[in-house]
Design a protein around this ligand. Structure first.
Ligand code: PEP
Ligand code: MN
Length: 375
């Protein structure tokens, strides 16, 4: 299936100052000084194509800082006039759209919480009727590709053709190193559905941690995403929102300098271009294979826990024989040699057993400790 979106290329609405395309600026506009000073430092790096700032902030709990509001639009005007950087803000209501457009904001984006709500997206889309402004749509907070697609369609249907998606990761119940799980395969699926739709990665909201921004940015570029949106602040330690994930403009420049822009090895050669394309496909598949093996290990741990709770041994020879038999037959049907599939399974299985054993032992010592304390 392919999506039927009417899209203009990214280069038609944003001038890439340097590779890769980077949109940066504070999570929230806090004061005129903070915004304008950050904008100047960003502009001086020469690596930024647009200035972002949250003016209206969707906060999880009431009573937290909910954005500086309309006055911030005046500060953005000043930042733009002084630095020449186009500006981008999040809009969540028709009123936000009207105010942002009236203030000359260049790019609008729909936030993750809004994308999750079709009523909100439709309200924004209706307010955009007849307007020619670039719009970026963040993925919804939950990993639902259809919601993301639906929001892009609603905005596109209203006549907005300068359209991009922003991949900012997904809220997850499981604890991990990330604030929002990247679930790269969801973004890859979107790319597959709409190859012409630019996808911009937001490593700030994926990681929630400035130390991991470089790593996620590199991964995004390696997956052929078209740009990055990274939060920056003149003094992140005192930021009113998302302090842990913001970086100074200097740190941002350093992150960008360390990114490898992977291009085909030899230019102007059809052969090498083709080779690079194939390697890119292999890289993506390998990432998925690793991700899937990691997911398999997590399930193995759950099984370990379950076996422990029900007094079942880790290894059941019957089950292992069945896995070997079924998978090698399947492998052969897909032209993988029986020997290869067997070796691969053995490796995966032994790691799986190791992980299950760890779970059991952890439980055993905890159980013993409990017995001792209750003794
Ligand atoms: C933001 O960009 O500051 C923001 C609120 O992001 P998200 O909608 O991804 O949570
Ligand atoms: Mn933020």
């Amino acid at each position: 299936m392919k999506l039927n979106l009417n899209i203009q290329p990214l280069s038609s609405w944003i001038k890439t100052s340097s590779e890769p395309l980077v949109i940066s600026g504070p999570c929230s506009a806090e004061t005129e000084e903070q915004l304008v000073a950050t904008a100047h430092l960003l502009a001086q790096t020469g690596k930024i194509s647009a200035l972002r700032a949250g003016i209206w902030k969707p906060r999880t709990r009431p009573g937290e800082f909910e954005g500086i509001g309309s006055i911030g639009l005046e500060w953005l005007k000043r930042a733009k006039a002084e630095t020449g950087l186009p500006t981008a803000v999040e809009v969540a209501t028709a009123k936000h759209v009207e105010e942002a457009l009236a203030a000359g904001v260049d790019i609008l984006w729909v936030g993750a919480r809004s994308t999750a709500n079709p009523f909100t997206v439709q309200e924004i889309a209706d307010a955009l009727k007849g307007v020619d402004v670039p719009v970026m749509v963040k993925n919804p907070v939950n990993p639902d590709l259809s919601l993301w697609v639906g929001a892009l369609e609603r905005i596109n249907n209203t006549g907005i053709t300068k359209l991009a998606a922003i991949h900012r990761g997904f809220s997850s119940y499981e604890k991990s190193a990330f604030r929002n799980e990247p679930m790269w395969d969801v973004a890859i699926s979107l790319k597959t559905l709409a190859p012409e739709l630019p996808i911009i990665n937001d490593p700030s909201h994926i990681t929630g941690n400035r130390d991991l921004i470089g790593y996620v940015s590199q991964k995004a570029l390696d997956l052929d995403m078209q740009g990055l949106m990274i939060e920056s602040h003149i003094d992140p330690s005192v930021a009113w929102t998302d302090a842990k994930q913001q970086v100074t403009p200097a740190a941002l420049a350093d992150i960008i300098d360390h990114l490898a822009l992977r291009k085909p090895e030899v230019k102007n050669s059809e052969v090498n271009d083709k080779l690079a394309e194939l390697r890119n496909q292999i890289d993506k598949i390998d990432d998925l294979v690793i991700q899937k093996i990691a997911e398999r290990m997590q399930i193995a741990e759950k099984i370990g826990q379950y076996k422990k709770d029900n007094n079942i041994t880790i290894l059941q020879v019957g089950r292992w024989d069945e896995i070997l038999q079924k998978r090698t037959t399947y492998g052969k049907a897909l032209k993988l040699s029986g020997e290869f599939t067997e070796k691969l399974l053995e490796l995966v299985h032994s790691e799986s057993i190791r992980r299950q054993t760890e779970v059991m032992n952890a439980e055993a010592s905890q159980g013993q400790a409990e017995k001792l304390t209750h003794a």
